[in-house]
Design a protein around this ligand. Sequence first.
Ligand code: SF4
Ligand code: SF4
Length: 341
Amino acid sequence: MNYRSLGQTGLRVSVIGFGGVPINRVCPELALKTLHRAFDLGVNFIDTARSYGDSEEKIGLGLEQYGTAATKIILATKSMVRDARGMAEDIETSLKMLRTDHIHLYQVHDPDPSGLDTVLGPGGAMEALREARDAGKIGHIGVSGHRPQVLIPAMETGLFETVQMPLNIIDYPLFKDNIPVATRRDMGIIVMKPLCGGLLKSPPRALRFVLSNPVSTAIPGMDSPEQVEENVASGREEIDLSEVDIAHLEAEAEELGKEFCRRCGYCKDCPVNLDIPEVFRFDRYYTSYFAKDWAQEQYADLDVTVEACLDCGGCEESCPYQLPVRRKLREAHDRLSGDDT
Ligand code: SF4
Ligand code: SF4
């Protein structure tokens, strides 16, 4: 495994890190096997969040069961709380869930512009993060987000040592301007969604693309030992991105288009509880994978379908990729309910 510096933190992280979202969807046994396979293969950076279901809890258990060798693992987590009191509580909860007395990196999770102001203002979350750092409960403070227009001003405050953002062939145009800002400030860059939520067909090629940039680590989400093995193989190689690789990636990007759901889950507060990313997943199966009948059956089995939509627009306000969610939902509904003929 190759390792790189995480900005000025003094930490050396594996170029393939562990994205902690998917293990919240699998049973504890499989989660632990997956984590331990990653540790065995040299992955030493693991990223999770308060909001990723039981991910922190499973990671805590995985670390405990890995024994003393787990002390080499660098832990990162994050919270969406914006005020000092709530952030202090979340840090304590993360410490408890992760079964540790020190978290190497604690990140402010996906602030919007007003959220960033609250975090940095009087009584904001930054106060609690600094207190926790002074007390040795956390080592470093970072920011993580899907909104390039917020991440740049956040980085320019000089208050964060790392930045976490999506980077892949599709999202590159949105986030490429963040890279020089981070490198000028010697911030560690943590890359989420390097495989674009699993949509890119060749993980090795997608990871080579990400790692050819001046980033510290790419953290694909993984929920099986086999996925770990496939991804880790890219972290052992010299990074050699050929023109053929780029041509393949560009062709994939064109095929996917720009208006597609990244399954980030930020639209989860739909007032009628429509599972929006799931609707889009079924629609992708319908349109791309010759699985029309299966996709229609799955859609019909949902507790709530697009017919229940109140047209409130909340999903579009919360979507960091500015997708026209309502129009796309209606189009998906027409296909999945057989009304598009
Ligand atoms: S517009 Fe429809 S799908 Fe979007 S949040 Fe409102 S009710 Fe839910
Ligand atoms: S619709 Fe937007 S907010 Fe919802 S999961 Fe997809 S990309 Fe994320």
